[in-house]
Design a protein around this ligand. Structure first.
Ligand code: SAM
Length: 283
C-alpha cells in the first residue's frame, strides 16, 4: 500500500484480502495522517530507542515509529492482517511483528530478547479499547523496564486515568496510574479520524513511568486488594467497603481518625498519600 491513511486505499486493500474489521478486537484504524507522526514524536523515539507497539493493525503507526526508532516490535493478535502488515512493513527492516495476545505474552522476556541493545524502551500504541485498562494495568504492574507509555485511548478513559487521585472522576485505574507514573493528556483526536469511526472521541496520553512509587504504601499486593475492594463498592462508605473486602473496620476507623477524615468518607475521596497511609494501617 502506498498511503496507509488514504481511506479509499485502506478499504480496497482490506477488501482485496477479504478482511472485515472486527468490532470485538477494537479494530478502528487511524486514517488521519497527522496523528501517527505526532504520536511517534511525542513518545520520544530516536535512533537508540526500542519501541513496543500493541495492536499495529495495518502498520500506520508502526511505520512512523520505525522512521525514528532503532527498533519497533509490534504485537498483533489478528493473523488475518499478516499479508497486509508484512507488505506495509517491508521497507522497514527495523520493524518486526510478534503474533499473539499482548495480555498473554511474556513481555519481560520479549523486551530482553529484542531490545537489549537499546538505550531505552518505550511503549507507543493505539490501543484496542475493549482492553485499555487491563493493558495499562498489566504494563505498569509488571514493572517492565520501560521509560514511558504513549497511548491512544477513549477520551473519557484518558481523562479518568489522568485525573487527580481523590477527585470525582478517579477510579481504581487512576490510583494505579498515579502510583506507577506521572500521567498527562497530550491531545484529542476526533472520532472521524478512524475507520470505522467509533461513537466517542479519543485522546493520546503519556505516562512517564516512575522507578519508585511516589508514596510508601507498604504491602503492594494488599494495596491492590484494598483499592479493588474500595472502588468496586463506590457508593459505600470506606469503612463498609473495606470491611466487606475482608479488612478490619476498626483499624480503618482508627486510620481515618488519625488522618482527620470523617468516618463517612468514601475511598474515592482519599488522596494517594492517604490511601497509602490507610493501607499501612491495615497491615
Ligand atoms: N495501530 C492501528 C491503527 O492505529 O490504525 C490499529 C489500532 S486498533 C485500535 C487496535 C489493534 O489491536 C487491532 O489491530 C487489533 O487487531 C489489535 N488487538 C486487539 N486485541 C489485541 C490483543 N489482545 N493483543 C494484540 N493486539 C490486539
Amino acid at each position: 500500500m502506498k498511503k496507509l491513511t488514504d481511506i479509499g486505499e485502506v478499504k480496497r486493500a482490506l477488501e482485496r484480502h477479504g478482511i472485515v474489521l472486527s468490532k470485538g478486537l477494537g479494530q478502528n484504524f487511524l486514517i488521519n495522517p497527522t496523528v501517527c507522526p505526532r504520536m511517534a514524536e511525542y513518545c520520544g523515539a530516536d535512533d537508540s530507542t526500542g519501541v513496543l507497539e500493541i495492536g499495529p493493525g495495518i502498520g500506520v503507526l508502526t511505520v512512523e515509529l520505525a522512521k525514528l526508532a532503532k527498533r519497533v516490535v509490534a504485537i498483533e493478535l489478528d493473523e488475518r492482517l499478516k499479508p497486509l502488515l508484512e507488505e506495509n512493513l517491508e521497507p522497514y527492516p527495523n520493524a518486526q511483528v510478534v503474533w499473539g495476545d499482548a495480555m498473554k505474552l511474556n513481555l519481560p522476556a520479549l523486551i530482553e530478547e529484542h531490545f537489549s541493545d537499546c538505550r531505552r524502551v518505550v511503549v507507543c500504541a493505539n490501543l484496542p479499547y475493549y482492553i485499555t485498562s487491563p493493558i495499562i494495568m498489566m504494563l505498569l504492574e509488571q514493572r517492565l523496564p520501560i521509560e514511558s507509555i504513549t497511548v491512544m485511548v477513549q477520551k473519557e478513559a484518558a481523562e479518568r486515568m489522568c485525573a487527580p487521585v481523590g477527585s470525582r472522576e478517579s477510579g481504581a485505574v487512576t490510583v494505579a496510574v498515579h502510583y506507577h507514573s506521572v500521567p498527562s493528556v497530550l491531545f484529542s483526536v476526533s472520532a472521524g479520524s478512524f475507520l470505522p469511526a467509533p461513537k466517542v472521541d479519543s485522546a493520546v496520553m503519556k505516562l512517564e513511568v516512575l522507578q519508585q512509587p511516589p508514596v510508601d504504601a507498604g504491602d503492594e499486593k494488599q494495596f491492590r486488594r484494598l483499592i479493588k475492594a474500595g472502588f468496586s463498592q463506590r457508593r459505600k462508605t470506606l469503612l463498609n467497603a473495606v470491611s466487606a473486602g475482608g479488612f478490619s473496620k476498626e483499624a480503618a476507623a482508627a486510620a481515618l481518625d488519625e488522618m482527620g477524615l470523617p468516618r463517612t468518607a468514601r475511598l474515592e475521596q482519599l488522596t494517594l498519600e492517604q490511601l497509602a497511609h490507610l493501607n499501612r494501617c491495615l497491615s
